[in-house]
Design a binder for this molecule. Structure first.
Ligand SMILES: *Cc1c(COP(=O)(O)O)cnc(C)c1O
Length: 359
């Protein structure tokens, strides 16, 4: 980071951005990776690239972060909320077909917790109805589905380097362009609608405004910070794998005896170890466990109020009962502390505290 400042490269697309992009392209085997200011912006870029507009519909799981849907709402699209599977909490591939209409242009599967969605089924539906797949892979970098990297299975995919994610630069993201036909326009739209990238490659002698776009380029200062972690991504993932495995080894039996569910990772999925979440029998029991842990100085959080029931989701037509699995999981899910610097002693205290919890 100091280097990017001292050599005067603090804007975007300088040496560290190029290093990050090259590393990701090489590992994933993707035609193009473009760093962005966030995953949210990468999703907005995807919506622009697909020319999503007010006549269009986009299928999105209800159980996800707002940006998965909002990026397409910004283009005026109608969101069709899909429910999730009760085991992986991924979009339920068996409920997509009934949401497809002649206006459906895209679906946005989220690989929840870094465990792959049923991509074979989703891809077959997408092909049959000529729908683009945009993977929201904020949780899933370096995970695999049937030996293929998450983030390389859709037309486009988005990554997050927000501080809550496995690999981070505070705020940041990337667009993975898997269909080469989108590469040039992606570069333009990410650079305020200009052909600045071609200009820097000497392919045009001046750069000008050529298309829609916005300012989605990550600063090289952040890219330098990011590169420090991307260089050691295997160690980071290995550390997270150990944390995940320990929770699983020490809590599975305890949980099974109490009607508490631990994460499910289907065969064929090599997960990205983004999170470890329990599903408690009820909302009051979940709330009691949060309070119990808090009294021992342990912060455990829940997430994803179903989007279809949010104030905005209801304005868009969402109603209670539309996505019953999302609704019940949202009340009962609890994420355990899980970050790269979680040391074994602290994790032991979390596990002991959970095992002391009675209800
Ligand atoms: C974190 C997250 C995002 C947004 O990422 P930002 O980089 O903060 O914009 C989008 N989708 C999912 C599923 C996320 O977890």
């Amino acid at each position: 980071m100091r280097e990017s400042v001292s050599i005067g490269q603090i804007a975007g697309d300088q040496s560290y951005s190029r290093k990050c992009q090259a590393l990701l392209e090489e590992v994933l085997g993707a035609p193009k990776v473009l760093l962005t200011t966030s995953c949210t912006h990468a999703l907005e870029l995807a919506a622009l690239l697909l020319d999503i507009g007010p006549e269009d519909e986009v299928i999105v799981p209800s159980f996800t972060f707002v940006s998965t849907a909002n990026a397409f709402v910004l283009r005026g699209a109608r969101i069709r909320f899909a429910d999730i599977r009760p085991d992986t909490l991924n979009i339920d591939e068996n409920q997509i077909e009934r949401l497809v209409t002649p206006r459906t242009r895209a679906m946005v599967p989220v690989h929840y917790a870094g465990v792959g969605c049923e991509m074979d089924t989703l891809s077959a539906i997408a092909r049959a109805h000529r729908i683009a797949i945009v993977e929201d892979n904020a949780h899933g970098l370096f995970g695999k589905y049937k030996q293929r990297w998450l983030g390389t299975l859709g037309t486009l995919a988005t990554q997050s380097f927000h501080e809550t994610k496995n690999i981070t630069c505070g705020e940041g993201g990337a667009l993975v362009v898997n269909d080469p036909a989108f590469v040039e326009r992606a570069e333009v739209m990410r650079e305020k609608g200009t052909n600045r990238s071609r200009f820097f490659r000497g392919q045009v002698d001046k750069y000008s405004w050529v298309d829609l776009g916005s300012s989605y380029v990550m600063s090289d200062v952040l890219a330098a910070f990011l590169y420090g972690q991307l260089e050691v991504w295997r160690q980071i993932q290995e550390k997270r794998r150990r944390i995940w495995q320990r929770y699983h080894a020490e809590l599975s039996e305890w949980a099974a005896a109490r009607d508490i569910r631990c994460p499910t990772v289907p065969e064929g999925c090599e997960q990205a170890y983004h999170m470890y979440a329990l599903i408690l029998p009820s909302l009051p029991i979940r709330q009691a466990l949060i309070a119990f842990l808090k009294a021992r100085g342990i912060m455990a959080v829940f997430h994803y109020l179903p989007l279809h029931l949010s104030p905005m989701g209801q304005k868009l037509g969402g109603r209670p009962g539309d996505c019953p699995v999302s609704e019940t999981v949202s009340d009962r899910l609890l994420r355990l502390p899980f970050f790269n610097s979680l040391d074994p002693a602290s994790q032991g205290r979390v596990i002991d505290a959970i095992r002391d919890f009675t209800f």
